[in-house]
Design a protein. Structure first.
Lengths: 343, 346
């Protein structure tokens, strides 16, 4: 399997995120991508390619123009107002408040964000755009006939919606790639999100569409971030009704719970008969992940890959979360190797 | 004028707030009350008395039970999850548009559900301090309901950002709204709340937005420029039975007395038209030119004029302390307003 990778991910290197009442060093750090690419090379998974340039056109297919403009200019506006340190939002919209875009940078951060764990830094824009190019390059390879590809994206994307960022995500790499498949001629695309956290951004982006099936297996939002989306009764809306599937699992879930959820997801996915599959590949379901509470083991990731391969479709893997840094490479590459063994 | 104050405000003294991307010592800190009490003593404004204790009944009339249950138990839930040595409690994330308002089970989810911002830390004794501030407001309200021309409730923590379901902006319980409700329960047919804090009183607006019996007027920084950003526009005029009973006067950053005074006159006329039996003033002086987190340009003498304008309404008046963070001049500006009032109230 080919891997798409760029060193530009290093441009997103936030100093701190707000978690558990403290500003702590960001869990989503450049070291993650270093570990992943090292494992890809170590296992001789396949060629490692640099991304092509795509610019912002593919981004604008799923994100609103004012949001894209905001991310492009946010750092400069922040520095003008506050100086040269990472930007975090201060407050947000409570129920009954109005979604009118403020003029000042602090108001804009409040308007477009949904957490205080996703700092805007000097390199955020370039790193986030580069990650979308990694995903688009992988999409192009698969569209061009590769059985699969691994887009080693960083920063991740699945929490980013059409006009909001958060959860370490700025642009939704997986959604951009899924739309890329559609624009490239695929009639139906499925996005399967196996990250520990609900893919709220991907759900929001495709919620009213029947051409892109979205499925997410994740920690129950009653217990876990992002808390306010990802319940089992969210099934899509309008034309999209029936084209979204959430499979929330309780804290402590291991393969005994995860395996059946994977089977349910794959049954729905197979029935949809997509022309291509995008996998939002998070491995923060791992038993030793520092911020998560599932109990998957190294070997379970092989099974995830095998199960996805059984669908027999062109498949793009897009990297999302996973924070148990040393084991991150093993788990992610296990999914890919499990896939290859059965593909 | 009588002042009601409690030492229990010191129970809420967090070490830090998230302010524009960094943790800083809180602007809203116990020294604020010290500054005001010093000036009250210096000017011999009047006696300073401790509060009586009040039950939760009136608080429950302006806040919903889930928020109150959360605030009362937040610290014990937080330490149950993160240990006795856990840092002060802050939220991590929040719902965006399109997400669902279902109260999560875990404490981090509950913080995301009930908080308005990351600048309002909860400490082991924040709830006790918040309850004491309500006692201060209700004790002063009782004085005014009992016939005093005016009284000053030196509340801390402040209250005007707290909505029926959310806390934030340094506020936990909406002291001014609870006091307004007390006037209503005590027999006042109509009450007006005038909020002169720099920041929009989004909580008070939300609490009374559908009610015609409590008129709410707020002068504040334009929400497109300043906190709380998503509430306080001029076209928010009340809803349903409350339509026409909410008046917002957003002012651009840099506004001085000329434009401020004109807006204040307009607000006063609107309140006069409402014919309230009692008046509650949400008294913030962060409109001051040297305030560290605000961008209006009022001078110390302007506060005398605000007090005079309020006195012209000739209503029983309760002053409830809200914001103001220029510690050195905080006492001067606050007491200027109260003295301006007294000079005209006769």
């Amino acid at each position: 399997m080919k891997t798409i990778f760029t060193e530009d991910h290093r441009l997103q290197d936030g100093k701190a995120e707000l978690i558990e009442g403290k500003l702590m060093p960001c869990f989503e750090m450049p070291r993650r991508a270093e570990i992943l690419i090292a494992r890809v090379r170590d296992q001789k998974l396949g060629e490692v390619l640099a991304p092509e340039r795509f610019g912002t056109d593919p981004i604008l297919r799923v994100h609103k123009p004012e949001f894209v403009r905001f991310l492009e200019t946010a750092w400069d506006e922040w520095v003008r107002q506050h100086g040269n340190y990472d930007g975090l939002p201060l407050n947000w919209m409570a129920p009954g408040m109005r979604r009118i875009l403020p003029e000042t940078i602090d108001g804009k951060l409040s308007y477009f964000s949904f957490d205080a764990g996703t700092p805007i830094t000097a390199g955020t824009w370039r790193a986030a755009v580069a990650a979308t190019e990694v995903a688009m390059t992988g999409m192009k390879l698969v569209k061009g006939g590769e059985r699969s590809a691994f887009a080693l994206c960083r920063p991740p994307g699945h929490h980013a919606g059409s006009d909001f960022y958060g959860g370490y995500c700025f642009f939704n790499n997986a959604a951009i790639a899924a739309q890329g498949f559609r624009d490239g001629g695929a009639a139906r695309v499925a996005v399967l999100d196996v990250d520990y956290h609900h893919g709220n951004g991907t759900q929001e982006i495709f919620y009213k569409r029947d051409d892109i099936l979205t499925i997410s297996i994740h920690a129950d939002p009653k217990q876990e971030f992002p808390f306010f989306l990802g319940h089992a009764d969210e099934r899509g809306e309008g034309r999209g009704e029936g084209y979204h599937l959430n499979l929330p699992l309780r804290w402590g879930s291991g393969w005994a719970e995860y395996g059946p959820a994977m089977d349910t997801a794959m049954r729905r996915l197979t029935e949809f008969a997509p022309d291509a599959i995008v996998v939002s590949l998070g491995v923060d379901t791992f038993e030793k992940d520092p911020i998560s509470k599932f109990k998957l083991k190294h070997e379970d990731y092989l099974r995830i890959g095998e199960t996805i391969a059984a669908a027999g479709k062109p498949t793009l893997f897009v990297m999302e979360g996973g924070y148990a840094v040393e084991e991150l490479g093993i788990n992610a590459v296990n999914v890919l190797q499990g896939f290859e063994a059965k593909a | 004028m009588i002042t009601i104050a409690s030492e229990d405000h010191r129970l809420h003294a967090p070490k830090g707030e998230l302010s524009f991307g960094e943790f800083v010592p809180p602007f809203e800190n116990p020294r604020r009350v010290d500054s005001i009490l010093a000036r009250i003593a210096e000017t011999r404004l009047g006696p300073v008395l401790p509060p009586e204790r009040f039950g939760p009944e009136l608080i429950r009339r302006v806040h919903n039970a889930p928020l109150l249950n959360f605030l009362e138990t937040a610290w014990s839930q937080w330490t149950a999850r993160f240990g006795a040595a856990a840092p002060e409690a802050l939220p991590l994330s929040w719902p965006v548009e399109g997400m669902r308002r279902i109260e999560p089970e875990g404490i981090t989810g509950k913080f995301a559900f009930f908080a308005l911002d990351g600048s309002t830390a909860i400490t082991p004794t924040s709830w006790a301090a918040a309850r004491s501030a309500v006692d201060v407001a209700l004790t002063a309200q009782k004085r005014v309901a009992g016939g005093e021309r005016a009284a000053f409730a030196l509340c801390r923590p402040p209250g005007h950002h707290a909505t029926p379901d959310n806390y934030g902006g340094y506020c936990f319980i909406n002291n001014a709204a609870v006091a307004a409700e007390a006037f209503r329960r005590g027999g006042a047919t109509r009450v007006a709340v005038l909020d002169v804090d720099y920041h929009h009183g989004n909580g008070t607006q939300a609490i009374f937005y559908r009610r015609p019996d409590v008129f709410f007027a707020s002068l504040h920084a334009a929400p497109e420029q300043d906190y709380p950003y998503f509430s306080g526009y001029a076209d928010e005029a009340g809803e349903g039975p409350g339509a026409g009973f909410n008046a917002n006067y957003p002012l651009r950053q840099g506004t001085r007395w000329d434009a401020y005074g004109a807006a204040l006159d307009h607000a006063i006329r609107r309140i006069e038209g409402h014919g309230p039996d009692a008046l509650v003033i949400s008294l913030g002086v962060d409109t001051f030119e040297k305030d560290p987190i605000s961008k209006l340009k009022l001078r110390s003498e302007d506060y005398i004029r605000i007090g005079e304008a309020i006195a012209r309404l000739k209503r029983p008046t309760l002053f409830v302390m809200e914001g103001g963070y220029a510690i050195e001049e905080l006492g001067l500006n606050t007491v200027n307003l109260l003295q301006g009032f007294e000079a005209r109230a006769g």
